[in-house]
Design a protein around this ligand. Sequence first.
Ligand code: NCD
Ligand code: ZN
Length: 347
Amino acid sequence: MDQIEITRPDDWHLHLRDGSMLTSTVPPSASVFRRAIIMPNLKPPVTTLGLAEAYYERILGAAPGDSDFQPLMTLYLTDETTPDEIQAAADSGLVFGCKLYPAGATTHSDSGVRDPGQIDHLYAALQRAGLPLLVHGEVTDTDVDIFDREKVFIDRHLTGIRERFPELRMVFEHVTTREAVQFVKEAGENTGATVTPQHLLLNRNDLLVGGIRPHNYCLPILKRDIHQHSIQQAVLEGHPRFFLGTDSAPHVRDHKETACGCAGCFSAPAALPLYAHFFDQHDALDRLEAFASLNGADFYGLPRNEDSIQLIRTDWTIPDRVSIDDDSLVPFLSGQQLEWQIAPHRL
Ligand code: NCD
Ligand code: ZN
């Protein structure tokens, strides 16, 4: 097979940042994906409908002229968020989820929720409004090992939230462990999961063996291969509640290649070809479309896209740099050769 055509995909987890950076981050996503869930961890965070509306306009302002890209906005939950704000967001038709960042768990999460066990009034409001809860599922206790933080979060918080709010739609973002995969599978139809290219293609050896590779550093951190295999298996078996979420998370080069580098892989420049590469490696290209283009829309209760996109088998190399202002971004797996590319009319 040298060419495949699939329903146009959506990205259910994307960081675009703000300001002048939008000029570099919006086009690579908008030229491939029809819709994207836009993560709200700006500085200051997108905590209200008003802030989400303004951010939406700034994103559209950076989209190419002929683009029909639709940003699906989200709110950032804090200890001060009110049920009324959640209801207003749900009624707006512009906001498609609320993100739970445990305070201190990841980039720009310091305004996040201090104790996810203390915001039942917000889970109740989300459940009532029919708005999905998007979860960064890691505890932040200094005494919990970084490789165990996802598992502990499930035991300490998610299992209880799932039981107390059975109708709440919940997306376990960027799953990284077999415990998370198992939780999502067992939790029933209101629980879905996004899967990133890095957690499908890599494990912690790719971060640490032969030298430390800052561009493979993201949160939740890459785990050992048994966890990678469990995620791969859920995706390859075509489980309908696992779907594409790149978690493309750009940080300028100086903030990645430094003594204390930021977490996040800028995967947008090659995201869809990277997923295609993964499915092709496993002789499962026929499963790409549901994962990339159908499962997420179905889970969010949104219409599937009606147009399509073509991928062609042709060698190309992920670029070394994307320039922004007087700095640059280093794409995830830059320099790597890939054998799938998006057909030119979409580039
Ligand atoms: C994300 C970012 O930089 O905004 N970083 C990351 O490593 N994934 C935040 C997040 O999704 O955790
Ligand atoms: Zn993210």
